[in-house]
Design a protein around this ligand. Structure first.
Ligand SMILES: [Zn+2]
Ligand SMILES: [Zn+2]
Length: 346
Protein backbone atom coordinates (compact mmCIF):
# COMPACT_ATOMS: atom_id res chain seq x y z
CA UNK A 1 0.00 0.00 0.00
CA UNK A 2 0.99 3.62 -0.53
CA UNK A 3 2.32 5.53 2.49
CA UNK A 4 3.87 8.94 3.22
CA UNK A 5 7.13 8.20 5.03
CA UNK A 6 9.47 10.10 7.27
CA UNK A 7 12.88 8.99 6.00
CA UNK A 8 15.19 11.20 8.07
CA UNK A 9 15.79 14.70 9.38
CA UNK A 10 16.48 17.11 6.53
CA UNK A 11 14.54 15.04 4.00
CA UNK A 12 11.11 15.66 2.53
CA UNK A 13 8.33 13.19 3.15
CA UNK A 14 8.55 10.36 0.60
CA UNK A 15 5.81 8.26 -0.93
CA UNK A 16 6.73 4.58 -0.57
CA UNK A 17 5.11 1.23 -0.99
CA UNK A 18 4.84 -0.59 2.35
CA UNK A 19 3.12 -3.83 3.40
CA UNK A 20 -0.45 -3.62 4.65
CA UNK A 21 -0.42 -4.24 8.43
CA UNK A 22 -2.27 -7.09 10.08
CA UNK A 23 -3.48 -6.97 13.68
CA UNK A 24 -2.02 -8.99 16.54
CA UNK A 25 -4.03 -9.81 19.68
CA UNK A 26 -5.87 -6.72 20.97
CA UNK A 27 -4.83 -4.65 17.96
CA UNK A 28 -6.98 -3.09 15.26
CA UNK A 29 -6.27 -2.21 11.63
CA UNK A 30 -8.09 0.92 10.51
CA UNK A 31 -8.78 1.73 6.87
CA UNK A 32 -7.84 5.40 6.76
CA UNK A 33 -10.45 7.93 5.64
CA UNK A 34 -8.27 10.95 6.26
CA UNK A 35 -5.04 12.09 7.92
CA UNK A 36 -4.57 15.72 8.96
CA UNK A 37 -1.41 17.53 7.86
CA UNK A 38 0.05 19.18 10.94
CA UNK A 39 2.83 21.69 11.45
CA UNK A 40 4.52 19.35 13.91
CA UNK A 41 5.30 17.02 10.99
CA UNK A 42 7.48 19.81 9.60
CA UNK A 43 9.32 19.93 12.93
CA UNK A 44 9.78 16.14 12.79
CA UNK A 45 11.30 16.42 9.31
CA UNK A 46 13.39 19.52 9.94
CA UNK A 47 14.72 19.16 13.49
CA UNK A 48 16.09 16.19 15.36
CA UNK A 49 13.30 15.45 17.83
CA UNK A 50 14.72 12.01 18.53
CA UNK A 51 12.38 10.04 16.24
CA UNK A 52 14.02 7.12 14.46
CA UNK A 53 13.22 6.88 10.73
CA UNK A 54 11.63 5.42 8.78
CA UNK A 55 7.95 5.49 9.68
CA UNK A 56 4.68 6.57 8.13
CA UNK A 57 3.66 10.13 9.02
CA UNK A 58 0.19 11.29 10.05
CA UNK A 59 -0.86 11.67 13.70
CA UNK A 60 -4.40 13.04 13.16
CA UNK A 61 -6.21 10.03 11.87
CA UNK A 62 -9.68 8.64 11.36
CA UNK A 63 -11.20 5.88 9.28
CA UNK A 64 -13.13 2.64 9.56
CA UNK A 65 -12.32 -0.51 11.51
CA UNK A 66 -11.02 -2.93 8.86
CA UNK A 67 -9.68 -5.87 10.85
CA UNK A 68 -9.77 -6.76 14.55
CA UNK A 69 -7.14 -8.78 16.35
CA UNK A 70 -7.97 -11.53 18.77
CA UNK A 71 -9.94 -10.39 21.82
CA UNK A 72 -10.97 -6.97 20.48
CA UNK A 73 -14.46 -6.12 21.70
CA UNK A 74 -16.64 -3.05 21.42
CA UNK A 75 -16.01 -2.37 17.75
CA UNK A 76 -17.01 -4.13 14.56
CA UNK A 77 -15.72 -3.99 11.00
CA UNK A 78 -16.89 -0.82 9.23
CA UNK A 79 -17.30 1.30 12.38
CA UNK A 80 -16.15 4.89 11.81
CA UNK A 81 -13.48 5.80 14.37
CA UNK A 82 -11.00 8.51 15.27
CA UNK A 83 -7.62 7.32 16.45
CA UNK A 84 -6.38 8.85 19.70
CA UNK A 85 -2.86 10.13 18.95
CA UNK A 86 -0.63 10.11 22.05
CA UNK A 87 -0.12 6.44 22.82
CA UNK A 88 0.77 5.73 26.44
CA UNK A 89 1.46 2.49 28.26
CA UNK A 90 -2.23 2.19 29.12
CA UNK A 91 -1.74 1.27 32.79
CA UNK A 92 0.16 4.02 34.66
CA UNK A 93 -1.65 6.60 36.81
CA UNK A 94 -1.89 9.16 34.00
CA UNK A 95 -3.06 6.57 31.47
CA UNK A 96 -5.69 5.27 33.92
CA UNK A 97 -7.05 8.83 33.97
CA UNK A 98 -7.08 8.61 30.14
CA UNK A 99 -4.30 11.23 30.07
CA UNK A 100 -2.01 9.11 27.93
CA UNK A 101 -0.55 12.41 26.71
CA UNK A 102 1.21 12.53 30.09
CA UNK A 103 2.07 8.81 30.33
CA UNK A 104 4.70 8.17 32.99
CA UNK A 105 6.39 5.55 30.86
CA UNK A 106 6.65 7.65 27.70
CA UNK A 107 10.44 7.44 27.59
CA UNK A 108 10.33 3.65 27.20
CA UNK A 109 7.56 3.64 24.61
CA UNK A 110 9.88 4.19 21.62
CA UNK A 111 7.69 6.92 20.15
CA UNK A 112 4.83 9.28 20.95
CA UNK A 113 2.21 7.56 18.80
CA UNK A 114 1.27 6.74 15.22
CA UNK A 115 3.05 9.21 12.92
CA UNK A 116 5.41 10.23 15.72
CA UNK A 117 7.82 7.32 16.00
CA UNK A 118 5.37 4.59 14.96
CA UNK A 119 3.58 4.13 11.62
CA UNK A 120 0.82 6.73 11.33
CA UNK A 121 -2.21 7.33 9.16
CA UNK A 122 -0.86 8.77 5.91
CA UNK A 123 -1.44 5.41 4.27
CA UNK A 124 -4.33 3.24 3.18
CA UNK A 125 -4.30 1.28 6.44
CA UNK A 126 -2.92 1.89 9.92
CA UNK A 127 -2.20 -0.48 12.77
CA UNK A 128 -3.55 0.71 16.12
CA UNK A 129 -1.93 -1.14 19.07
CA UNK A 130 -5.06 -1.25 21.20
CA UNK A 131 -8.80 -0.78 20.73
CA UNK A 132 -8.76 1.58 23.74
CA UNK A 133 -7.18 4.17 21.40
CA UNK A 134 -10.26 4.26 19.16
CA UNK A 135 -13.11 6.72 19.63
CA UNK A 136 -16.40 6.10 17.78
CA UNK A 137 -17.36 8.77 15.24
CA UNK A 138 -20.85 7.45 14.50
CA UNK A 139 -22.16 9.66 11.69
CA UNK A 140 -19.14 12.01 11.40
CA UNK A 141 -17.11 11.58 8.20
CA UNK A 142 -13.58 10.36 8.96
CA UNK A 143 -11.94 12.78 6.51
CA UNK A 144 -13.72 15.67 8.19
CA UNK A 145 -13.14 14.36 11.72
CA UNK A 146 -9.47 13.33 11.51
CA UNK A 147 -8.07 16.76 12.53
CA UNK A 148 -10.29 16.81 15.61
CA UNK A 149 -7.83 14.38 17.18
CA UNK A 150 -5.12 17.04 17.35
CA UNK A 151 -6.07 20.41 15.82
CA UNK A 152 -9.13 20.49 18.11
CA UNK A 153 -8.04 18.26 20.99
CA UNK A 154 -4.82 20.19 21.69
CA UNK A 155 -6.44 23.64 22.09
CA UNK A 156 -9.39 22.05 23.91
CA UNK A 157 -7.10 20.56 26.55
CA UNK A 158 -5.21 23.87 26.83
CA UNK A 159 -8.39 25.94 27.20
CA UNK A 160 -10.00 23.56 29.71
CA UNK A 161 -6.98 23.89 31.98
CA UNK A 162 -7.33 27.66 31.90
CA UNK A 163 -11.12 27.81 32.44
CA UNK A 164 -11.00 28.34 36.24
CA UNK A 165 -9.04 31.56 35.56
CA UNK A 166 -11.49 32.94 32.98
CA UNK A 167 -14.42 35.18 33.81
CA UNK A 168 -17.17 36.86 31.85
CA UNK A 169 -15.06 40.00 31.52
CA UNK A 170 -11.81 38.22 30.61
CA UNK A 171 -10.00 38.78 27.36
CA UNK A 172 -8.46 35.75 25.67
CA UNK A 173 -5.88 36.28 22.95
CA UNK A 174 -5.38 33.54 20.37
CA UNK A 175 -2.07 33.96 18.55
CA UNK A 176 -2.10 32.31 15.11
CA UNK A 177 -5.24 31.30 13.26
CA UNK A 178 -4.00 28.13 11.57
CA UNK A 179 -5.10 24.55 12.17
CA UNK A 180 -5.11 24.87 15.97
CA UNK A 181 -6.01 28.54 16.19
CA UNK A 182 -9.15 28.34 14.07
CA UNK A 183 -10.38 25.58 16.38
CA UNK A 184 -9.32 27.49 19.51
CA UNK A 185 -11.57 30.40 18.54
CA UNK A 186 -14.56 28.07 18.10
CA UNK A 187 -13.82 26.17 21.31
CA UNK A 188 -13.59 29.38 23.32
CA UNK A 189 -16.93 30.47 21.88
CA UNK A 190 -18.47 27.23 23.16
CA UNK A 191 -16.66 27.05 26.51
CA UNK A 192 -16.37 30.54 27.92
CA UNK A 193 -18.23 33.86 27.83
CA UNK A 194 -14.98 35.74 27.18
CA UNK A 195 -13.91 38.42 24.73
CA UNK A 196 -11.85 36.67 22.05
CA UNK A 197 -9.07 38.52 20.25
CA UNK A 198 -7.41 36.62 17.40
CA UNK A 199 -4.08 37.72 15.97
CA UNK A 200 -2.35 36.53 12.81
CA UNK A 201 -0.11 37.98 10.12
CA UNK A 202 -2.54 36.95 7.36
CA UNK A 203 -5.66 39.06 6.83
CA UNK A 204 -7.51 36.15 5.20
CA UNK A 205 -7.05 34.09 8.36
CA UNK A 206 -8.23 37.01 10.46
CA UNK A 207 -11.41 37.16 8.39
CA UNK A 208 -11.87 33.47 9.04
CA UNK A 209 -11.37 34.02 12.80
CA UNK A 210 -14.00 36.75 12.77
CA UNK A 211 -16.45 34.47 10.96
CA UNK A 212 -15.77 31.74 13.54
CA UNK A 213 -16.59 33.97 16.49
CA UNK A 214 -13.62 36.20 17.37
CA UNK A 215 -14.80 39.54 18.76
CA UNK A 216 -11.73 41.39 17.54
CA UNK A 217 -8.98 40.55 15.09
CA UNK A 218 -5.55 42.11 14.92
CA UNK A 219 -2.82 41.75 12.32
CA UNK A 220 0.46 41.26 14.21
CA UNK A 221 2.81 41.78 11.27
CA UNK A 222 3.77 44.97 13.12
CA UNK A 223 4.21 43.56 16.60
CA UNK A 224 4.39 46.85 18.51
CA UNK A 225 1.25 48.23 16.91
CA UNK A 226 -0.52 44.92 17.51
CA UNK A 227 0.50 44.89 21.19
CA UNK A 228 -0.82 48.40 21.64
CA UNK A 229 -4.09 47.59 19.88
CA UNK A 230 -4.67 44.39 21.90
CA UNK A 231 -3.77 46.08 25.21
CA UNK A 232 -6.34 48.75 24.45
CA UNK A 233 -9.00 46.10 23.83
CA UNK A 234 -8.10 44.10 26.96
CA UNK A 235 -8.01 47.11 29.24
CA UNK A 236 -5.95 47.53 32.40
CA UNK A 237 -6.28 43.90 33.50
CA UNK A 238 -4.60 42.66 30.34
CA UNK A 239 -5.28 39.29 28.78
CA UNK A 240 -6.56 36.61 31.17
CA UNK A 241 -5.27 33.94 28.80
CA UNK A 242 -2.79 34.15 25.96
CA UNK A 243 -3.02 30.99 23.88
CA UNK A 244 -0.04 30.89 21.57
CA UNK A 245 -0.69 28.45 18.74
CA UNK A 246 2.55 29.37 16.96
CA UNK A 247 5.27 29.63 19.61
CA UNK A 248 7.87 31.39 17.46
CA UNK A 249 9.96 34.19 18.99
CA UNK A 250 7.76 37.04 17.66
CA UNK A 251 4.56 35.52 19.12
CA UNK A 252 6.26 34.74 22.44
CA UNK A 253 7.50 38.33 22.63
CA UNK A 254 4.05 39.62 21.75
CA UNK A 255 2.36 37.36 24.31
CA UNK A 256 4.69 38.64 27.04
CA UNK A 257 3.39 42.17 26.44
CA UNK A 258 -0.28 41.22 26.67
CA UNK A 259 -0.54 39.37 29.97
CA UNK A 260 -2.14 40.89 33.03
CA UNK A 261 -1.45 39.93 36.63
CA UNK A 262 -2.71 36.52 37.68
CA UNK A 263 -3.18 35.38 34.10
CA UNK A 264 -2.43 32.26 32.14
CA UNK A 265 0.07 31.96 29.33
CA UNK A 266 -0.25 28.76 27.37
CA UNK A 267 2.02 27.81 24.51
CA UNK A 268 0.87 25.00 22.24
CA UNK A 269 2.75 25.97 19.06
CA UNK A 270 6.11 24.25 18.62
CA UNK A 271 7.87 27.29 17.16
CA UNK A 272 10.80 27.11 19.59
CA UNK A 273 10.59 30.69 20.91
CA UNK A 274 12.05 31.49 24.35
CA UNK A 275 10.98 33.56 27.31
CA UNK A 276 13.19 34.46 30.23
CA UNK A 277 10.84 33.61 33.13
CA UNK A 278 12.00 35.34 36.25
CA UNK A 279 10.96 37.83 38.89
CA UNK A 280 10.11 41.00 37.03
CA UNK A 281 9.93 39.51 33.52
CA UNK A 282 6.36 38.30 33.80
CA UNK A 283 3.41 39.82 35.71
CA UNK A 284 2.84 38.50 39.24
CA UNK A 285 0.64 35.46 39.47
CA UNK A 286 1.03 34.49 35.82
CA UNK A 287 1.35 30.80 35.18
CA UNK A 288 3.07 29.66 32.04
CA UNK A 289 2.59 26.21 30.64
CA UNK A 290 3.33 24.09 27.62
CA UNK A 291 0.61 21.46 27.65
CA UNK A 292 0.82 18.49 25.34
CA UNK A 293 -2.08 17.23 23.22
CA UNK A 294 -5.13 16.05 25.28
CA UNK A 295 -6.69 13.08 27.04
CA UNK A 296 -8.81 10.30 25.54
CA UNK A 297 -11.86 11.51 27.44
CA UNK A 298 -11.27 15.00 26.08
CA UNK A 299 -11.24 13.53 22.56
CA UNK A 300 -14.67 12.01 23.29
CA UNK A 301 -15.84 15.48 24.32
CA UNK A 302 -14.38 17.14 21.23
CA UNK A 303 -16.05 14.59 18.98
CA UNK A 304 -19.36 15.08 20.78
CA UNK A 305 -19.14 18.84 20.15
CA UNK A 306 -18.39 18.22 16.47
CA UNK A 307 -21.30 15.79 16.17
CA UNK A 308 -23.60 18.45 17.61
CA UNK A 309 -22.30 20.96 15.06
CA UNK A 310 -20.90 23.24 17.76
CA UNK A 311 -17.39 23.11 16.30
CA UNK A 312 -16.23 22.29 12.79
CA UNK A 313 -12.78 21.88 11.29
CA UNK A 314 -12.38 23.75 8.02
CA UNK A 315 -10.76 21.05 5.93
CA UNK A 316 -9.40 20.80 2.40
CA UNK A 317 -8.86 17.28 1.04
CA UNK A 318 -5.80 16.32 -0.99
CA UNK A 319 -4.81 12.95 -2.49
CA UNK A 320 -2.20 11.09 -0.44
CA UNK A 321 0.28 11.31 -3.33
CA UNK A 322 0.38 15.11 -3.06
CA UNK A 323 1.81 15.07 0.48
CA UNK A 324 5.11 16.78 -0.35
CA UNK A 325 3.30 19.63 -2.08
CA UNK A 326 0.83 20.01 0.79
CA UNK A 327 3.69 20.25 3.32
CA UNK A 328 5.26 22.97 1.12
CA UNK A 329 2.00 24.92 1.13
CA UNK A 330 1.58 24.46 4.89
CA UNK A 331 5.07 25.81 5.48
CA UNK A 332 4.31 28.82 3.29
CA UNK A 333 1.16 29.53 5.33
CA UNK A 334 -1.06 28.81 2.34
CA UNK A 335 -3.40 26.27 3.95
CA UNK A 336 -6.52 27.71 5.54
CA UNK A 337 -7.85 25.54 8.39
CA UNK A 338 -6.56 22.01 7.99
CA UNK A 339 -5.35 20.04 4.98
CA UNK A 340 -6.37 16.38 5.05
CA UNK A 341 -4.68 13.64 3.00
CA UNK A 342 -7.15 11.12 1.69
CA UNK A 343 -6.02 7.73 0.32
CA UNK A 344 -7.32 6.69 -3.11
CA UNK A 345 -10.51 4.63 -2.85
CA UNK A 346 -9.75 0.92 -3.07
ZN1 LIG B 1 -0.06 17.79 15.31
ZN1 LIG C 1 1.10 5.34 30.88
Amino acid sequence: MQAVRFVGVGHQARIEDVPKPSPGPGQVVVKIGGAGVCHSDLHVMEEDLGFKPPFTLGHENAGWVAERGQGVAGFKEGDAVAIYGPWGCGWCHACQLSMENYCENWAEMGGFGGGLGFDGGMAEYMLVPSARLLVPLDDLSPAKAAPLSDAALTPYHAIKRALPHLHADSTVVVLGVGGLGHMAVQLLRVLAPVRIVAADVDDGKLQQAKALGADDVVNNRNADAAAEQIRKIAGPRGAGLVLDCVGVQPTIDLGAKLLGRNSVWTIVGLGGGHHDFHHGSTPYGTSMSIPYWGSRVELLEVIAMARDGRIEVETTDFPLGEAADVYRKLKAGQIPGRAVLVPAAS
